[in-house]
Design a protein around this ligand. Structure first.
Ligand code: B12
Ligand code: SF4
Length: 461
């Protein structure tokens, strides 16, 4: 048995602070193998409670230190330096090495997107690409037996299968902090995404095949979360919640059957969902859908290799309005195929989406291992040598960035629930938070039947 300190390095609080779920899952797996595990959340423990990680290392004296890296940056071309997080992580590794000679292992979604680059930059000892539940305990075994593991370990062949998921090891004090700040906890019901959108890293992080938890296991864990922590709202972090095999409907059915009484939101793809299915989802607690519409006309949808058209976006939005389910659409402008004509067409198209929130981004963060990286190299937007460690954005060569942004601002200013630039959305959220509101908050921009006062009481109490 080894002593393992797991550190969540993420300190981002925008658009809202998110519980370090990856860490909680790795912690559960390590504990399952009999290890003594301590979780340290840099945001809560170090920044809020002012408990320095160095002191924890000295007291706990771990044999191994794991660092979870969630974000590289905020993927927003309009923020200075895009809130780049990696310098702070390099510093963290450096500071730990001053007081401990124990192996530092890094992992997490950001790390998995650019492992070589982040290993070289941070100078950690080992890195695990992909999920940590099987690969991390194996690495510890290897090191304990004086084997010489690779510096970067690919967990692709060490993935957990259907029904092998661990119950996350949520920590009470962290749950209380994150629920207090964001109004929700998070939970993952499956991993993977089979789609091939050309800019997206999700299949790189989680693989292309869905691996699912049994609906019964999901519902039991949700009930457990409710009983143990008195939490009544979760975000399902699945890359795409509405899978074509309908696992998501089975989860909803089971949540109804087991009377989970849990409000939830998730990412959806604008595929066809019938009105009956929407009613089932709503009955199970769905209150808000974040829809990855991503581009707002058929030309640009094709440019990012989406396999649906804008009519599907309109159809899902209309069904949601009829069922009074709040939805938000996320659009990127400047994607491959964007011209001033597609911009105009897109604004007209978005007008067709009634009673919803709309968020827009300028350009797409180019990430390694994606088809978009090759397109950007071919179009001389980046060089072949660019490690992409520092933020680089794809903007269609047919538009000029500032002019495009002016046009988006002009089109968006007429609608109070259309938000651009992204900082505009964050400011609106902050204003609502200052009044004590919690949750995704964009859903408050859509007024179905909810009265704000009732909602405030319900969420905070
Ligand atoms: C759900 C989600 C959200 C939700 C979260 C809701 C919530 N309440 O949790 C919302 C919409 C709020 C959100 C916001 C943001 N997100 Co987000 N999000 C995701 C998503 C889809 C899933 C993350 C997740 O929870 N996974 C489930 C857990 C269990 O998996 P995991 O963390 O990957 O952990 C596993 C492995 O990585 C590994 N592991 C993890 N830690 C460690 C540590 C060690 C030592 C080891 C060995 C292994 C290991 O093992 C774990 C278990 O298998 C990912 C994409 C993806 N598919 O991964 C993007 C992703 C993490 N988000 C991303 C970004 C950028 C953001 C935002 C900055 C966007 C923005 N501008 O608003 C914000 C930041 C929010 C914050 N406070 O940090 C990026 C981060 C990388 C990057 N490009 O910088 C990702 C990867 C998507 C992308 N664009 O590529 N996000
Ligand atoms: S954008 Fe969504 S649907 Fe497309 S590959 Fe990524 S996770 Fe899958």
């Amino acid at each position: 048995m080894s002593k393992i300190l797991l550190i969540s390095s993420n300190t981002t609080i925008e658009p809202l602070p998110v519980y370090p779920l990856g860490l909680a899952m790795v912690a559960a797996a390590l504990k399952g193998k009999g290890h003594d595990v301590k979780q340290f959340d840099f945001l809560y423990d170090q920044l809020i409670c002012e408990t320095p990680v160095e002191g924890v290392i000295t007291d706990f004296d771990p044999d191994f230190i794991g660092i979870s890296i969630r974000n590289i940056d905020n993927v927003d071309s309009l923020t200075i330096n895009s809130n780049w997080s990696l310098a702070a992580i390099k510093q963290l590794v450096f500071d730990i090495k001053k007081i401990s000679d124990k192996p530092i292992v890094i992992g997490g979604p950001a790390f998995s997107i650019m492992p070589e680059q982040i290993m070289d930059y941070t100078k950690a000892d080992f890195g695990i690409v992909g999920e940590g539940e099987i690969a991390f305990p194996e690495l510890i075994d290897d090191l304990c037996q004086n084997k010489k593991p690779l510096r970067i370990i690919q967990a692709r062949k060490k993935q957990i299968n259907d029904n092998e998921f661990f119950t996350p090891l949520y920590e009470k004090k962290l749950v209380e902090y994150y629920v207090d700040k964001s109004g929700m906890l998070n939970y993952q019901t499956k991993r993977g995404c089979p789609h091939r959108c050309n800019y997206c890293t999700y299949p790189v992080i989680e693989g292309r095949v869905f691996r699912k938890q049994s609906p019964r296991f999901v519902a039991q864990n949700l009930k457990h979360i409710k009983e143990q922590f008195n939490v009544d709202s979760v975000f399902f972090t699945d890359s795409v919640f509405n899978d074509q095999q309908s696992h998501y409907l089975e989860v909803a059915e089971e949540m109804v059957r087991q009377k989970c009484d849990m409000k939830w939101a998730a990412y959806f793809r604008p595929d066809k969902i019938s009105r009956d299915e929407l009613r089932l989802l709503k009955a199970s607690g769905l209150y808000a859908m974040e829809i990855g519409s991503d581009a707002a006309c058929d030309t640009t949808l094709k440019g990012i290799n989406k396999s649906f058209d804008f009519e599907s976006v309109v159809a899902l939005n209309e069904s949601c309005v009829k069922e009074e389910i709040s939805c938000a659409h996320f659009f990127m402008f400047g994607v491959p195929g964007e011209t001033y004509d597609t911009l105009k067409e897109s604004f007209k198209n978005i007008e067709r989406l009634k009673r919803c929130a709309v968020f827009a981004f300028s350009g797409i963060r180019i990430l390694p291992g994606t088809q978009l990286q090759n397109i950007a190299i071919d179009e001389n937007i980046i060089s072949k040598e660019d490690t992409l460690l520092m933020p680089a954005y794809y903007i269609s060569p047919h538009v000029e960035k500032e002019k495009m942004e002016d046009e988006i601002k002009e089109a968006f200013k007429k609608h109070k629930s259309w938000l651009f630039p992204p900082i505009e959305g964050q400011m609106r959220m902050k204003a609502l938070q200052a009044f004590g509101f919690k949750g995704l908050l964009w859903d408050m921009l859509i007024n179905f039947s909810k009265k704000p006062e009732t909602r405030k009481n319900r969420i905070s109490g």
